[in-house]
Design a protein around this ligand. Structure first.
Ligand SMILES: *Cc1c(COP(=O)(O)O)cnc(C)c1O
Length: 371
């Protein structure tokens, strides 16, 4: 491959900060002036703003997306003896949160053409012990929630959305997080990212929200009175202040991601990749394509100045940490296809539209050289 003429990072958080610097700096200074480092008014204001954004009654802010998943499962009463169903193709935190409760993890495959949780497989995996189903709105593409909800309702099972990659996405016009329980991550690289760790759970259920507020703060609602075993899952004041500023830009940023994705779509034509359901408004946390000889393609792209990612190289069922679940290679062919062939192209609001032309030209060249 020829010498790189451009450098296109996978993500550019410094560029985004430059566009917001005065507002962000003032918001952070406000927290420091009040010494409101843990929880406090900035976090409460962000909780209200994000609840309103999602059309949800409550948004309980916590320390990370992993905390959010764990707290939501605890609030649903999940524990030893219960089963929780989720997909094999996800970030490991989805499984960790289930494991923390002592419940048994039941994995299912994803299904083409959208590569979201396989409804038939979920239906076949339901047992009398199933308490929760966790669909993951992976890459920012919502899972088929209506089919999942009607299946779950038939058996009295709860749905917890892993919405860590889907801030602002919609399913059949409804915002992710507007129904049931949804866990969000505000990890810095997410579509709505803090300047450190952060997470939150949305719900319309007053009792669940109250339980989660108690559990995230050492199991009490009055200082030094502890009713149950709790956790330190609180959000930092600075993160609340940063997220509240950034939330005002989220719709604009997601629209820019969609516009870049449309440009990629046009340039890529019939290049193999997961399809987009007509039921969803995708927020393109990730723009995935399929490639063969991926390591070589990545190396060739790197030489052309294009950074890419893989989400994720090892599916959850083949991770050593979860080998005790007893799944082996071949158990979930679609999740394994993603693990072997998925390549994530650069996509973020600050990426120039004309960079897409360069990325796709470099990808075609890189794939040809790797063939
Ligand atoms: C990022 C992510 C999480 C975990 O969020 P943290 O804030 O990093 O704890 C969980 N699930 C998915 C699908 C994610 O992408």
């Amino acid at each position: 491959m020829s010498v790189a003429t451009r450098h296109i990072p996978f993500l550019d958080l410094a560029a985004q900060y430059k566009t917001l610097q005065p507002e962000i700096d003032a918001a952070i200074a406000g927290v420091i002036e009040k010494s409101a480092y843990i929880s406090g008014p900035a976090v409460e204001a962000f909780e209200r703003d994000f609840a309103a954004y999602c059309d949800a009654r409550h948004h309980v802010a916590v320390g990370s997306g992993t905390d959010a998943l764990h707290l939501a499962l605890l609030a649903l009463g999940v524990g030893p003896g219960d089963e929780v169903i989720t997909q094999a193709n996800t970030f490991i935190a989805t499984l960790e949160a289930i494991a923390y409760t002592g419940a048994h993890i039941v994995l299912v495959d994803v299904a083409p053409p959208y590569y979201d949780i396989d409804i038939q497989a979920v239906s076949a995996a339901i047992s009398p012990r199933t308490k929760v189903i966790i669909p993951v709105h992976l890459y920012g593409h919502p899972a088929p929630l209506d089919a999942l909800r009607s299946l779950a309702a038939r058996y009295g099972i709860a749905i917890l959305d892993d919405a860590a990659q889907a801030h602002g996405a919609r399913y059949r016009g409804r915002r992710i997080g507007s129904d049931g329980l949804a866990a969000f991550s505000y990890y810095p690289s997410k579509n709505l990212g803090a300047y450190g760790e952060g997470g939150g759970v949305t719900t319309n259920d007053d009792v669940l929200a109250q339980n989660m507020r108690r559990l995230r703060d050492h199991g009490g609602s009055v200082r030094y009175v502890h009713d149950t075993l709790g956790y330190n899952y609180r959000m930092d004041g600075i993160q609340g202040a940063v997220l509240r500023v950034k939330l005002r830009y989220l719709d604009r940023w997601n629209a820019q991601r969609r516009s870049l994705a449309a440009t990629y779509d046009g340039l890529l034509g019939s290049w193999p990749r997961p399809a987009v359901s007509p039921d969803v408004e995708h927020v393109y946390h990730i723009y995935p394509v399929f490639v063969h000889n991926r390591e070589l393609v990545i190396e060739n792209l790197r030489e052309a100045g294009v950074s890419t990612g893989i989400h994720y190289p090892i599916p959850a069922h083949l991770q050593k940490a979860f080998e005790h679940l007893g799944y082996s290679a071949g158990a979930f062919p679609n999740a394994e296809q993603l693990a072997n062939e998925e390549l994530s192209l650069p996509i973020y609001p600050e990426l120039e539209e004309d960079s897409c032309d360069y990325v796709v030209a470099a990808l075609r060249c890189a794939a040809e050289l790797a063939a």
